[in-house]
Design a protein around this ligand. Structure first.
Ligand SMILES: Nc1ncnc2c1ncn2[C@@H]1O[C@H](COP(=O)(O)OP(=O)(O)O)[C@@H](O)[C@H]1O
Ligand SMILES: [Mg+2]
Length: 240
């Protein structure tokens, strides 16, 4: 097997008659952190939904380990090893932390590892361990985001897709969230990170694609883009 884990090739995505994504191609190599950045409405969440099988491309292909995801149901995509933490977390707010985590382990291949997966979740997120019998809805925003990530990890993904995990978090929790993403990556989880927090994202991402109005505008190494003066002017509000 090669190093290429995910390939999005020439994808067009629509909502009804309205086109949201135009001929987008990008790839994610194994064990990297790859980021999609861009302003609100650029098409980032739409792309993650297409990878997850929630919406279907009108044109183009999405391959995971060389295998087409066309016609796969969202739960089949999870079973293949892609977990998606959506924007807004979508936890079961009236269920407990433990129940939310157990539901994350729904793919049959992951069930034999339930106990081990729970231990891993609690070692990564010790805060959650003290709250296992609390409802998800009673947690703080940062704790809910951690629970959403922990739940996605219960499916033991090869590729973890995170949609704006830092959204609405206080600065200290936001910093912790970026550290958690790096820690997961060091454990061997490949990360596809969608963020509007461009600066922190560029610091940790191996490769970054910038989306604008549904198209890839430019791409490069995270650290390289940080030093690129055109990029600085357009996205970081600095003069080159
Ligand atoms: N459910 C939807 N129905 C119709 N249009 C949508 C829907 N979701 C997103 N869009 C449109 O698709 C475009 C891309 O949106 P989105 O992928 O959510 O952007 P981002 O995640 O980059 O902020 C926007 O123009 C948005 O208005
Ligand atoms: Mg979005």
């Amino acid at each position: 097997m090669g190093k290429r884990l995910l390939e999005v090739i020439g994808v067009d995505l629509f909502y009804g008659d309205a086109q949201a994504v135009w001929d987008v191609s990008f790839h994610v190599d194994k064990e990297l952190i790859v980021a999609l950045v861009g302003t609100n409405g650029a098409g980032k969440s739409t792309l993650l939904d297409a990878i997850s099988g929630i919406i279907r491309p009108e044109k183009g292909k999405i391959l995971f380990s060389g295998k087409s995801l066309a016609n796969m149901k969202p739960e089949e995509v999870v079973d293949l090893g892609i977990s998606h933490v959506p924007e807004g977390r979508r936890l079961f707010s009236r269920l407990t932390v433990l129940e939310n985590l157990e539901l994350g382990a729904f793919p049959s291949r992951t069930r034999p590892f339930l106990k081990e997966s729970l231990e891993r979740a609690f070692s990564l997120f010790p805060l959650l361990k003290n709250r296992i019998h609390q409802t998800a809805g009673s947690l703080s925003g940062g704790e809910q985001q951690m629970l959403a990530i922990a739940r996605a990890l219960m499916a033991r993904p090869t590729l973890l897709m995170l949609d704006e995990p830092s959204l609405g978090l206080a600065p200290v929790i936001l910093k912790l969230m970026f550290e958690i993403v790096q820690a997961l990556n060091r454990e061997g989880v490949t990360i596809l990170l969608v963020e509007q927090n461009v600066h922190q994202t560029l610091e940790i991402a191996d490769h970054v694609y910038v989306l604008k109005a549904g198209k890839i505008e430019l791409s490069g190494g995270g650290k390289d883009l940080l030093r690129n003066s055109d990029f600085q002017q357009a996205y970081l509000g600095m003069k080159g």
